[in-house]
Structure formats: C-alpha cells, structure tokens
Write a protein that binds this ligand. Structure first.
Ligand code: SAM
Length: 466
C-alpha cells in the first residue's frame, strides 16, 4: 500500500469538506444500507444514507463543483475498492467494535484510512478533516477516538500491514469466497484477475454508426481535446485515454454515442443479424444491447423484455435518445403467457442476471454485497431462463447467452450442461475477430478483466438444429 507523494490541489476547505460529506453519505449507503454505487450515483441520497446529522442534502451534492464531485467519487470508489483491506486495518486498530448505531464511524474511519493509504492528500489534512467530520455528523464525542485511531495507524502502519500481509482478504482486498472461487476456476490467472479487479477500467464508447463513423467521431472528440483510440477488437468502440462526464461527449444527447465496454459489444457479432429477422432480447435493461442490435440492423422486428419497471424506463430513455424503437415489454421472461404472442424467434439474446464478477473493477461494491448463496441462486435462475427461451427459438435460429461473470458455473459449465439435453451447434465469431481474442473457454468466449482492455465477460452462441 503506497501513497503518491504529490499533493492534491485544495481549492478551499469548505468545498473539500462538502465533497467528503457527500462521499461519506454514499459510503454509508453502500456499506451500511447495502445500496449499490450505481443506484446511489443515479439518485438523490435517501435520508438514512445521510447519517445522523443529515448535513448532506440533495442540494449539497448538486452544488458541488465538478472537481469536488470528482473527489467525492474518488473517495467513494477508492474506499469501496479497498474495503476489505481497510476493514482489516481498522479491526486491528479498534479495541472493540462499534455499536450498531455508530457503524457510521467505522465508515468515516475507513474513508480516513483510504486517504492516508492511497491518496496524495497530506496526512494532516486527511486527519483533521476526518475529525471535523465527527462534528458534521453530530458525533463530537468521537473526535478524540477518530484522531487517536488514525494517528495510531500513521505510527504503526508498517507493522500493521506486515501482520496482515499473509491474509488473502487483505492482500487482494476481496472477500474470501470470491478469492477461493476465482482461484478454483482460474488457478493460473487468479492473481492477474484479482489485481485487475482492483484497477479502474478505461472509459469505452460505442459509436452509433447509423449516424456517424467511428473515425469521424474520433475527430469530433479530438476537436474537444478528448483523446481516444479505436478498440482493437470491437469495431464500434473507442477507448478514451481519460474518462470524462458523458455530458462532455459530443452529440451524446443526440444519440451519437453511448458508454459501453468493448466486451459486451461482441454480442451483436454472434447474433448474425439480417434484415427481416424476428429477434428477442430477453433480459434487456438498461438497453445497451437492445440499442446495439438496432444500430447494427435497423430492419429487424425486436422484442425486448425486462422484469424491472424502473429499469425498463432506462431502456425507453436510451431508445429515445438514440432515435430507435422496439417492442418493449415489462414482464418476467419465464412467464411466457404474459408477454409472448406465440411467434417463434430467429435470434434470441439472453444477457442473464449474473454475479457480475467480471465487472468488479467498475462496480467494486459487488465485493461487499454478493454472497456465495447469490451464486447458487443465480446459476439456477440462468438455467431456468436458458431452458425456457430455447423453446421460443426457430429451428436453425441462433441463441446468444451472455454474462459479465468469471465463474465457470455461470458460463462454460452452464452451457455444457445445457448441451447435454439440448443438442445444438456452437456458433463462432468471424475469423477476423476470433484471431484477435484469446478465449479461455473451449465452448464460447471467456474474456478476463483487463484483457484486450475489456471487462470480464462470457458469451456463447448456439444454433438450434433444423
Ligand atoms: C445483465 S442485465 C442485462 C443488461 C442488458 N442486456 C444491456 O446490455 O443493457 C440483466 C437484466 O435482466 C433483468 N431480469 C432479471 N430477471 C429477469 C426475468 N425473469 N425476466 C426478465 N428480465 C429479467 C434484470 O432486471 C436486468 O435488468
């Protein structure tokens, strides 16, 4: 755990305090109330996430300058990414655990430890701001304790880290069950995967080639000093050298571009879309693949099904922004009587619910929230969905199964098991794409996080016998 020596620029103390309070309220949401980072960033904070003093209000977040908002996000993502490591340190430092009602203090301390361990913030600033925060959350009584714990860390940093260094949870900052599962499934690549999960992924764009070529969009980005490069495998993708806010992207509101990792962009390549086909996107929100299908082949009859109503609205929003349309249905894909008109499909995509262990680098809260039981439940649900939609596919039709998971039970093994009772022919990627990818699976394509600048992802296409 080494800290950069460079000083963080400090505009003014008040703004920095406001940013820390916002980050703290988000962290309380994630760590104590089990909320996801995506959900928190998309919504206004809920009362219970804002800790006792409720110092952080919606207007507080909205009034942050972009630089302070970026700092708040850095604190949020960094503390969550290193949660298991920071928790290990905190447990060493505390003589006894906090009572339930004071769990927010452990959040505050982990945020302080993150700054002391990973950020270039001066130690005295991180320390005094953490103490100041106790007052902001109406827990003045804890200021001495927070001060003492953080100072003790600074004094004994080396010996504490030395003591913890043999524990895998500390070393990899992942929960044991995920470490064990990754080591079991990927004995050779486990170290590389666990490290990649703790790195920030690049911002990847999908250019709406119905409206503009990738090359021309790259010029538009460059005119705004946004540097990018074409993705080496995904042909609609551009990788930004430095992440930016979507509102800075030229033509975002006009639907010229969308943010999507390069790996899921390979799904359309396996679907072999042609004009006039009847296509089902069975687990569709937030609509990344629905819109990619329409972008590649506007002349298809596309039915997109999504269980969650709020998430369905996200698809509608993205369709409208990009100028596309399809038959959107809010339904459980398993309840065919509720949404199916009885006509079979030529193509089916099921981007099934999964443990999302391939996208931990973008959603580090997965490491805190997912459990081993979730894996079991998810595998069972995936299996049900797969069997259920297979019956809706025409003979000769293609089904693409996809997850953003790394676990073989959800991916390769799931497909092998399916093939035991449902004979089908695997469909492969076109040669020019396949040669650029190293798949770690004999059946379908398994991409590991960080490889080819992609997220961890699995995709497998099967052709139904005539
Ligand atoms: C991995 S996400 C799909 C991502 C999407 N394909 C995209 O590219 O934007 C899985 C989606 O399946 C939905 N889902 C879960 N169970 C479902 C069910 N039984 N029927 C329909 N949708 C379901 C979830 O709400 C979630 O939005």
């Amino acid at each position: 755990m080494s800290k950069p020596s460079q000083q963080l620029s400090k505009s003014n103390n008040q703004a920095v305090t406001a940013a820390r309070l916002v980050a703290f309220s988000w962290l309380v949401g994630v760590i104590i109330h089990g909320r996801s980072i995506n959900e928190l960033l998309a919504a206004s904070p809920k009362k219970e996430d804002c800790a006792s003093a409720l110092s952080v209000t919606t207007s507080g977040i909205a009034s942050l300058e972009p630089q302070q908002r970026a700092f708040a996000k850095q604190l949020l993502f960094g503390t969550v990414r290193h949660y298991h490591q920071l928790k290990g340190i905190l447990d060493q430092l505390l003589q006894k655990a906090f009572k339930q009602k004071d769990q927010d203090l452990s959040v505050l301390l982990m945020m302080g430890l993150y700054q002391l361990s990973y950020l270039s913030t001066a130690d005295h600033a991180a320390l005094s701001q953490s103490v100041e925060m106790t007052r902001k959350i109406n827990k003045n009584w804890a200021s001495g304790l927070v001060n003492g714990v953080l100072r003790q860390y600074l004094r004994n940093k080396q010996s504490i880290e030395q003591q913890l260094s043999s524990a895998n949870t500390f070393r990899y900052s992942h929960p044991n069950w995920i470490i064990n599962q990754i080591q079991q499934d990927w004995p050779v690549q486990a170290d590389q995967i666990l490290q990649a999960n703790n790195q920030q992924g690049p911002m990847c764009l999908r250019i709406n080639t119905q409206q503009i070529s990738r090359k021309d969009y790259q010029v538009q980005l460059s005119d705004l000093n946004l540097e990018s490069k074409p993705h080496p495998v995904a042909q609609d993708a551009l990788l930004l050298t430095k992440a930016c806010d979507v509102v800075q992207l030229p033509g975002f509101n006009q639907g010229l571009v969308t943010v999507q990792d390069a790996a899921p962009q390979l799904v359309v390549e396996l679907l072999q879309l042609q004009p006039g086909l009847r296509v089902l996107d069975g687990c569709a929100a937030p609509g990344g693949k629905t819109t990619h299908i329409l972008q590649r082949q506007a002349d298809v009859s596309l039915v997109s099904v999504e269980l969650s109503k709020p998430r369905l609205q996200k698809i509608r929003h993205t369709l409208d922004r990009m100028g596309f349309d399809c038959d959107l249905k809010c339904a459980d894909i398993l309840q065919q009587d509720d949404w199916w008109d009885g006509k079979a499909f030529d193509r089916i995509l099921i981007d099934v619910p999964c443990t999302a262990t391939g996208v931990i680098r973008r959603n580090p809260d997965i490491k805190i929230h997912r459990t081993k039981q979730d894996l079991k439940n998810t595998v069972a649900l995936q299996q049900k969905i797969l069997h259920s939609v297979w019956s809706l596919l025409k003979p000769g039709g293609i089904l693409v199964y996809a997850t953003c998971s790394l676990f073989k039970q959800e991916n390769e093994r799931q497909m092998h098991q399916f093939l035991q009772t449902n004979p089908a022919e695997p469909v492969v990627l076109a040669q020019h794409l396949a040669t650029q990818l190293v798949s770690h699976s004999q059946l379908g394509y398994q991409i590991l996080p960080g490889e080819f600048e992609m997220d961890g992802f699995y995709l497998c296409a099967l052709k139904k016998p005539q």
